[in-house]
Structures are given as structure tokens and as C-alpha cells.
Design a protein around this ligand. Structure first.
Ligand code: XMP
Length: 519
């Protein structure tokens, strides 16, 4: 099958912290993009089949001796090119312009004023108008290479946007990829559609067709095992792989007893009954609870659950005759090769093992259909395949489950108290229509008892903590600003309906300095 996506965009990474955002903006504009570090094997740039190139920012100075340089095949390319920040400086420095050390670092918001028409501004910025952008640089361009001209400037950056339309090259000093540059996504889209003249052709429909063909080619007539957790990534992976190879996929769902209320039953009913996917459901809750007895250290809890999970999973997987592949929902952010922050040649490859070590132990090859997708693209693929919003739009849930939401000792009773409180909280959030506005919401059962009064009697019961955060990727998070009346309603219901809890508190800590989970 031929590649349904022909407009591939190459992003050359010079080590900026926000290079991933360039890939995101390009994908959002409807174009497939990949990030390749500037110091990768030059053949990779030539072989990529790019239709346009974006040079990222980076922390280095082009004036340093060992500064990263534009890879030779890219420098020689006549493809449309956009340089961002360090990318702009490298373009100038390497083609006859001048870059100088700034007297001060320019960091934060600046206003650029448009001096001339430019294809990047088409339908977006008019001559004479000013627009907020996000600057973050020390060095700056001080003289242009031949053929270039200034089309927009800011007070601190007289060369804020420059162009050389004859050579099809454009460059900006600021960062169009970050949210703090409100029109940045539009500038990137204009680069792709107006400058490069490309038609968007990246969609989840095209990805689905391509991914199915690839899975069929990789797996041949062998069998695949997929560990289902009830989370979005493994669920969408299972449905996609099932579409590709049918009943040669077997899912294994290990219930470790630390799931939310009704979660196990929902997973079984959805996959076995709705999707007709062969599913092995292992109720190992007693084994896990036994192993967790007396364990209160958070890291030991994680290790106990992770290790046992692999043992149980492996035992089940061994029963599936002819299984040669293990499916994993690894995502693009887990595999992007990142250039070290010093701009040096070291390259780190972050890898991700949902079932750590299992593929090697069992001699299974990996099927990772989402290696090049971002999380929200996996969600879009789920919708593309007609999967229900109740599953695809689900809040993330950690592998160790409720175990890391019960600080201190875990007992079946405490797990059951937490499950009830959590279910009430989520039910109220859904009822208020807030579920989709929140990245993650959950209850925590604290190992603290406090005094209360109910009816005529004194109570001495546990405290329940409520957490709700907004986030883009889980790396940073803000507290969700509930209306106090909403929180009051949830507290009343939890204390009235859940035996064992007599006080409810709301966690108002952002991340950082807090983490999202309590353990
Ligand atoms: P923290 O608590 O580190 O969480 O702010 C960030 C995101 O990661 C999830 N999380 C985990 N997921 N295994 C997982 O699969 C874990 O051990 C784990 N710990 C945290 C957390 O739910 C949040 O979405």
C-alpha cells in the first residue's frame, strides 16, 4: 500500500525545550511531521521525503566553536524552510549574515510590528499592525545575509521576521509554536499552505488505513497479545489491532483489585461483548491485596504491583499458543530522541515499558502502533473508529491504581471506602457537566482520623481528600476552580453516604510544587 500521507514536514531539532510543540502545531494544521536531531545520520534527512523543513530553536549560541550546525542535506535543500530562534540565527550565520551576542537576554512577551507584506502573514497580520509574540533568546541577528529582508520588527529584535522569498526561506526570532504567541499556529499554517503551497493530508482516517496495513505486514499470520488496562491508549490500540488482524488478537485484563468502582465489569463488557475481542479476564485482586498488606511506602507499592503484574500477565500470556507479539500503547513523546540541553552531541532515547521487561523475558516482539502519535491524536483515532466518548475521553488513571491514592496501609476495607467516595465525586462532576474540562479528578483516602458529629453522636473517622486538575500533558497542572457550592454538595454526599469518612478536604496545590497523585 502506498503512503497515504505525502506532505511530510521535517523538523530539525537544535535542542529547544519546546520543539515538540512545533510538531504539534504542524500536525494540528493537518500535516504529518517528525522531529530529527540536527546531529542525526545525514542520510535520515535526505531519506525522510520532506516537502518543507522547520529549524527549531535551541539553547546554544551559533558563536560558540562547537555550536550545532544545519545538517548538510538540509543546508543544501531548496525546499521551503522556516527557521525559528536558533534556527534563524543558524540560517543567517551559515549564509553570510551576522549574529551578535545580545546585551541582555530577551525573554517573555514582546510586540512585533509588521513592516511589509509576507506570505507568512497572509490573512493574519496587516502591514502596520502590532501583535504579541513570545521571545526567548540571548543572541540576535544584527545583519542579514544577501537576498533577505525584514518584514516585521520588535523593539528588542529588529529582525523579528525576515524572508528570502526567492530562496523560499523564512525565519522568525520569536517562538510561534508556544501558546504565548497567539497567532503562532496561524503563522506556521501559513508557512505550510501559503509559502510551501501544500494541502493538508494528515488525518486520523489516513493514519488508520496506514496503521492497519503496517500491523498486517508486521504480524503476518501470527498472534498478538495486548494488555488492557481500561485506559485510553491500550483500549484504542486493542480496537485498532483487532480491526487489522481480527481474532488473532487476544487481550489480557489483569484486575489487581485497585481499580475504580465497576471498572473491571465495564472493561469486560465493552471489549468482550461490544467489540467481540477475545479477552482473558484475570481477577488477581486477592493476590495483589495479599502482597500489599503492610506495605505503606509509595515506591514499594509501585514495585510490588508492577512486579506482580508482570508475573500474572506472563503466566496468562504463556497459555496463548503461537503468540509472537506484544502490543503497547507507546506514544511519540516517549520515543522522541532529544538533543541534550547543552546542544552537545549526546542523544538520549527515552523508552517506555508499560509492562517493563516482559517482551525480553517472553521473547515477544513489540507492536506499537502509536509510536508516532501524540495523546490527543490517539483520542482522535478512537473517535475516528467510533469508540464511545465515555472511554476515549476518560481521565488518565495510574497503573498502580487506587493503591497510590491510599497513603499508608492498604486494606480491602479502605479500598472499598475510597471506591465509593471516588464514584460519588466523579458522578457529581459528570452531573455538573465538568468532566471534560478537567484533566484528572479523583478522591484520596487519608490515613488520618478526625472527630465529627453526626446526629447526636460523636464520630471518629477518616478524612477524604479531593483532587481535580487541569493540564495539557500531566507535566504541570493547575487546580480546577470548583464553585464552593459544588464542593459542599460533594462533601455532604460523601460524608452521608460513605461509612468510614466524616470529613472532606479539597487539595489546592498546583504541580509543581505538588504532584498530581498523592504518592
Ligand atoms: P504525578 O503524580 O507524577 O502524575 O504528577 C502525573 C501523571 O502520571 C500518572 N501517574 C502514573 N501513571 N504509573 C502510571 O501509569 C504510575 O506509577 C503513575 N504515577 C503517576 C498520574 O495519574 C498523572 O496522570
Amino acid at each position: 500500500m502506498s503512503d497515504p500521507v505525502s506532505n511530510r514536514i521535517l523538523i530539525v531539532d537544535f535542542g529547544s525545550q519546546v520543539t515538540q510543540l512545533i510538531a504539534r502545531r504542524v500536525r494540528e494544521a493537518g500535516f504529518y511531521s517528525e522531529i530529527i536531531p540536527y546531529n542525526a545520520d545525514p542520510a535520515r534527512f535526505a531519506d525522510f521525503g520532506a516537502r518543507a523543513i522547520i529549524l527549531s530553536g535551541g539553547p546554544a549560541s551559533v558563536l560558540n566553536e562547537d555550536a550545532p550546525t544545519i545538517p548538510a542535506p538540509v543546508a543544501a535543500s531548496t525546499l521551503p524552510m522556516l527557521g525559528i530562534c536558533y534556527g534563524q540565527q543558524a540560517l543567517m550565520h551559515e549564509t553570510g549574515g551576522t549574529v551578535s551576542k545580545g546585551t541582555a537576554q530577551e525573554f517573555g512577551r514582546a510586540d512585533v510590528t509588521v513592516a511589509e507584506d509576507c506570505a507568512l502573514f497572509d490573512g493574519l497580520w496587516e502591514t502596520g499592525s502590532s501583535h504579541p509574540v513570545w521571545m526567548s533568546h540571548g543572541d540576535k541577528v544584527t545583519a542579514l545575509a544577501q537576498g533577505w529582508r525584514v518584514v516585521a520588527a520588535s523593539e528588542g529584535a529588529p529582525f523579528a521576521v525576515i524572508e528570502n522569498p526567492t530562496a523560499n526561506r523564512y525565519a522568525v526570532q520569536f517562538h510561534p509554536e508556544v501558546h504565548h504567541t497567539p497567532d503562532g499556529a496561524g503563522l506556521i499554517r501559513n508557512f505550510l499552505t501559503k509559502v510551501a503551497g501544500l494541502e493538508p493530508d494528515w488525518s486520523m482516517a489516513s493514519f488508520r488505513a496506514e496503521a492497519i496495513a503496517k500491523i498486517r505486514a508486521q504480524v503476518g499470520d501470527k498472534r498478538v497479545i495486548c494488555g488492557l488496562s481500561g485506559g485510553v491508549d491500550s483500549s484504542v490500540a486493542a480496537v485498532l489491532i483487532h480491526e487489522a488482524i481480527g481474532d488473532r488478537l487476544t487481550c489480557i485484563f489483569v484486575d489487581h483489585g485497585m481499580l475504580r468502582k465497576n471498572e473491571g465489569a465495564e472493561v469486560v463488557s465493552l471489549f468482550r461483548d461490544t467489540y467481540n475481542i477475545p479477552l482473558i479476564h484475570v481477577d488477581a485482586s486477592a493476590t495483589f491485596l495479599g502482597a500489599l498488606a503492610g506495605v505503606s511506602d509509595p515506591e514499594t507499592k509501585r514495585k510490588t504491583i508492577g512486579g506482580l503484574f508482570i508475573d500474572v500477565f506472563e503466566a496468562e500470556a504463556k497459555k496463548i499458543e503461537g503468540a509472537a507479539f506484544l502490543a503497547q500503547g507507546t506514544l511519540y513523546p516517549d520515543v522522541i530522541e532529544s538533543v541534550s540541553v547543552t546542544g552537545g552531541p549526546s542523544v538520549t532515547i527515552k523508552s517506555h515499558h508499560n509492562v517493563g521487561g516482559l517482551p525480553e523475558r517472553m521473547d515477544l516482539e513489540l507492536v506499537e502502533p502509536f509510536r508516532l502519535l501524540f495523546k490527543d491524536e490517539v483520542r482522535a483515532l478512537g473517535y475516528e473508529m467510533g469508540m464511545p466518548h465515555s472511554l476515549v475521553g476518560r481521565h488518565p488513571f495510574p497503573g498502580p491504581g487506587l493503591a497510590i491514592r491510599i497513603p499508608g496501609d492498604i486494606t480491602p476495607e479502605r479500598a472499598s471506602i475510597l471506591r465509593e467516595a471516588d464514584a460519588i465525586y466523579i458522578e457529581e462532576i459528570r452531573r455538573a457537566g465538568l468532566y471534560d474540562e478537567i484533566w484528572q479528578a479523583f478522591a484520596v483516602l487519608l490515613p488520618v482520623k478526625t472527630v465529627g458529629v453526626m446526629g447526636d453522636g460523636r464520630t471518629y473517622e477518616s478524612v477524604c481528600g479531593l483532587r481535580a486538575v487541569t493540564s495539557v500533558d500531566g507535566m504541570t497542572a493547575d487546580v480546577y476552580p470548583f464553585d464552593p457550592a459544588f464542593l459542599g454538595r460533594v462533601a455532604t454526599r460523601i460524608v452521608n453516604e460513605v461509612r468510614g469518612i466524616n470529613r472532606v478536604v479539597y487539595d489546592i496545590t498546583t504541580k509543581p510544587p505538588g504532584t498530581i497523585e498523592w504518592e
